[in-house]
Design a binder for this molecule. Structure first.
Ligand code: NAD
Ligand code: WQD
Length: 338
């Protein structure tokens, strides 16, 4: 039996492929490399001593999916492929709905045709939008998303629920990630954003290696512990292990289930900055800027359900997140081009 990982050359995908290979799974990756390079998978192979079958292709290409489902006995699909830059989704919504929604529809149709009924989908805490209160439980209201990226995740969750209702032989888990950070402890694979990073920790670590001059902090007047935004940062290897736990639970899932993958702990921007400085020994210059449009004051997970039903919880704390972020960035100042 083989696991198909869409978007497996990307940040979270590559770490999950590594965890799957270490568990002895056979893995096929389908990725169009729109936001990744195949070098990530070569390094995963180097780390595990195992090989990954790679298809350079698009989830919107039914023929390509058909070929994979015909060629391999796929038991489960882990579906990471999609676009994820919030600002870009506002300026180019059609691309986002095309890749994230239409792409997922094509994948589901091909799964249906091939009678592959087990799916894990990369959802996001962003589906809770502005309606929920912290800590977010899975039963908190979803909707009121503030950008097309978030709406695309919400739309896919809706499609998955409708599909699971119509065809109960499907077992589908949507994992709502909070803020993924960090890298594999080897420092060989990690997050390699294109251009200037949108997310906090990649930005801080690029300041640390001198690629960027200083961090801009988006607002210090939020009603939080120190005025800066608070988030639930989760180590990418904890996330990867969350996917293994979800995969083990899939046979018990009839229909659709959503789980939060977070730590349940919220850290402010200043706390993240100080923790990074401690791990790296480097002082990060910063300036406080106005708030960024669409940002929430605080967001963290209630992690009870994943603990109870998946038997999973995050085990890596903020010091490990910072150590591994720095280890990756230091060894690969230009990302995979280093
Ligand atoms: P990433 O961009 O590193 O990985 C996504 C991968 O999908 C890339 O390798 C990209 O080349 C590929 N891809 C994109 N469109 C494709 C298509 N049409 N066909 C085939 N491949 C395609 O992003 P990531 O951070 O690893 O995120 C993985 C998933 O998790 C995404 O669905 C993202 O929306 C979701 N997610 C990410 C975060 C985060 O902060 N990183 C948070 C919540 C949810
Ligand atoms: C974290 C905190 C910023 C950058 C985004 C997406 C979300 C999800 C994860 C996919 C906030 C502050 C940031 C900077 C800063 N992705 N910040 N200066 O916004 O919580 O979530 O990524 O699903 O959908 O919106 O993460 O890392 O951008 O921001 O002050 O240069 O850091 O204001 O408080 P966010 P982030």
């Amino acid at each position: 039996m083989t696991v198909l990982v869409t978007g497996g050359a990307g940040y979270i995908g590559s770490h999950t492929v590594l965890a799957l290979l270490e568990q002895g799974e056979q893995v096929v990756v389908l990725d169009n490399l729109s936001n990744s390079v195949v070098e990530s998978l070569r390094r995963v192979e180097q780390l595990t001593g195992r090989s990954v079958t790679f298809y350079h292709g698009d989830i919107r290409n039914a023929a390509c999916l058909d070929e994979i489902f015909t060629q391999y006995h796929i038991s489960t699909v882990i579906h990471f492929a999609g676009l994820k830059a919030v600002g870009e989704s506002v300026s180019n919504p059609l691309e986002y709905y095309q890749n994230n929604v239409a792409g997922t529809l094509t994948l589901l149709q091909q799964m249906q045709q091939a009678k592959v009924y087990r799916l894990i989908f990369s959802s996001s805490a962003t589906v809770y939008g502005t309606n929920a209160t912290v800590p977010y439980t899975e039963s908190a209201p979803v909707g009121a998303t503030t950008n097309p990226y978030g709406t695309s995740k919400l739309m896919v969750e809706q499609v998955l629920q409708d599909l699971a209702r119509a065809e109960p032989h499907f077992s589908i888990i949507a994992l709502r990630y909070f803020n993924p950070v960090g890298a594999h402890e080897s420092g060989l694979i990690g997050e390699d954003p294109n251009g200037i990073p949108n997310n906090l920790l990649p930005y801080i670590s690029q300041v640390a290696v001198g690629k960027l001059a200083r961090l801009g902090i988006f607002g210090d007047d939020y009603p939080t512990k120190d005025g800066t935004g608070v988030r639930d940062y989760i180590h990418v290897m904890d996330l990867a292990e969350g996917h293994l736990a979800a995969m083990r639970s899939l046979p018990r899932v009839n229909g659709f289930k959503a789980y939060n993958l977070g730590t349940g702990v919220g850290y402010s921007v200043f706390e993240m900055l100080r923790a990074f400085e401690k791990a790296s020994g480097i002082t990060i210059p910063y300036q406080v800027l106005p708030r960024r449009a669409g940002d929430l004051a605080a967001c963290w997970a209630d992690t009870t359900l994943a603990k109870q039903e998946l038997g999973w919880k995050a085990v890596r704390g903020i010091d490990v997140m910072m150590r591994d972020t720095w280890n990756w960035q230091r060894q690969n100042p230009q990302g995979y081009q280093s």
